[in-house]
Ligand binder design. Structure first.
Ligand code: NCD
Ligand code: ZN
Length: 346
């Protein structure tokens, strides 16, 4: 028996598209299902200025296959040199929808991130004034803080002080991985939202480390223990308008993942919607999938919900997802949930 679910076309509120040959390879994987995405600016060099964002936007549109529609929502990478007036102009032009805060050294290509938060105070105040959201990679980078504690410590030491010092600043905690993140969002008002990835609803840290190390499950923030995964599932399926999908689909070629010092990032663009249908069905919450993937994100960003739709169908045969996507730079492994999935996009 075929079961089907039609929802408003989803958006991805946290996506890495890269550039050049990799952009060419991965963009169609997202554009096939998603209407829009918040495009992460951690290129080398990063997308820092309005002009950088305009040029990257052009390169994304140039790489888009003619038969696909996709609206890249551009993001500026916050540095200690960022000019508040450039940010305001980028927002006023309609091109830029958020600014991204990476603590220096927190993750892939974050060397230009912020070390001294006082140096970005002027930018944050300008953003609060004009209503431009700040997306934060919520991990401290201190070597004395255990990697599994870095999100919780970031909330106390960095995020809460920034929010208190900048009233009216709208903040998205990106890719939350802990119950602490869920609880912090729930304890605050609608100026604070959070994205949740597909893979953090599926794996905990045992999946990465037990029975042999699985490099394709390694991402940042790293998956935590099972109780945190369950808290993320409860938040994502709750319908609460402050939680929405950001896949953090982050392609790296296999030689850089299967490596003595492997890169962080899970590539989930290809099968995210099918995996989410599986997860939401397991939670008895298929009726909440549209809010998580298609409604809550536009609500937070003040954008209209897409008028097109996406239909998911469930069959009695497991869906065969491609194991890898080929790119001009090399193969990229598609996230494997480790169990059969019967859903697919129709
Ligand atoms: C991202 C990447 O590869 O750019 N990696 C990841 O593990 N998520 C960076 C990021 O979002 O932290
Ligand atoms: Zn990311």
């Amino acid at each position: 028996m075929t079961q089907s679910l039609t929802i408003a076309r989803p958006d991805d509120w946290h996506l890495h598209l890269r550039d050049g040959a990799m952009l060419q390879a991965v963009l169609p994987e997202s554009a096939r299902h998603f209407a829009r995405a918040i495009i992460m600016p951690n290129l080398v060099p990063p997308v820092v200025t309005h002009a950088d964002a305009a040029a990257y936007h052009q390169r994304i549109l140039a790489a888009l296959p003619a038969d696909q529609s996709f609206d890249p929502l551009m993001v500026l990478y916050l540095t200690e040199e960022t000019d508040p007036e450039d940010v305001a102009a980028a927002h006023a032009s309609g091109l830029v929808k958020a600014v991204k805060l990476y603590p220096a050294g927190a993750t892939t290509n974050s060397a230009s991130g912020v070390q001294d938060f006082d140096k970005v105070r002027g930018v944050l105040e300008k953003m609060a004034e004009i209503g431009l959201p700040l997306c934060v990679h919520g991990e401290v980078t201190n070597s004395d803080i255990d990697i599994f504690d870095r999100e919780a410590v970031f909330i106390d030491r960095v995020l809460d002080p920034i929010r208190r010092a900048t009233p009216g600043l709208r903040v998205v905690m990106e890719h939350i991985t802990t119950k602490d993140g869920v609880d912090y969002v729930k304890a605050n008002d609608s100026d604070l939202g959070a994205t949740i990835t597909t893979h953090h609803l599926i794996i905990n840290r045992n999946h990465i480390l037990a029975g042999g190390i699985k490099p394709h499950y390694y991402c940042l923030p790293v998956a935590k223990r099972e109780s945190h995964r369950l808290a993320l599932r409860a938040a994502a399926t709750s319908g609460d308008a402050r939680f929405f999908l950001g896949t953090d689909s982050a392609p790296h070629i296999d030689p850089l993942k299967e490596n003595a010092c492997g890169c962080a990032g899970c590539f989930t663009a290809t099968n995210t919607m099918a995996l989410l249908a599986h997860v939401f069905e397991e939670e008895g919450a298929l009726d909440q999938l549209e809010k998580f993937a298609s409604r809550n994100g536009p609500g937070f960003y003040g954008l209209p919900v897409n008028t097109e739709t996406l239909t998911l169908t469930k069959s009695d045969q497991p869906t065969q997802f491609p194991e890898k996507i080929a790119s001009g730079d090399g193969p990229v492994t598609v996230f494997d949930p480790g169990f059969p999935v019967y859903w697919d996009v129709a």
